[in-house]
Design a protein around this ligand. Sequence first.
Ligand code: S3P
Length: 179
Amino acid sequence: MDKSNSKQKRVILTGFMGVGKSTVARHLSSIVGMEVIDLDYFIEEKEKQTVAEIIEKNGIEYFRKLETESLKKILQNGAAAIISLGGGTWTNEKNRKLIKADGCTTIWLESTFEHCWRNINSSWRERPLAKNKKQAKKLFEEREKVYCLADWHFIVKPDLNSFEVAKQIADEVFSINQN
Ligand code: S3P
């Protein structure tokens, strides 16, 4: 994909909680000069509460509906952007169909469960679907077979910082070499 083509396209980052989607998306945005939208933050701004509060108060099904509506709104707004999904967004077939229909380029950020779990634990962000290690590990294992349906696959090694991962994506997906 050359730079001019990628400018027309939306790029979607998916992957498990704690893999670093939001941070990689912000770095990628600064490298390729495209606006970045974080789906969870978009929902939080609209609802004036955190995703964790929405899930705790109204349940996961309610949140999933909000998530799909918000994704639709972002996709309907024509501006090219890098969109960072929540960890469960891509696992919903309805959302995958919306994303495919829009022609987005999808990227799975993969890491080991232990790496994601360490980040989940060290983050200030509350994650109601990862309250304990056993529950989180089960979700992680179930989701891998769906995340891998994304067009691209990048492995986030624990020793590679988020900027390095963003640089790799810029190079391979956008053909923008920073070196
Ligand atoms: C979820 C992941 C969270 C957030 C919500 C549900 C999930 O986003 O959307 O708590 O189902 O994996 P992050 O992946 O940014 O933590």
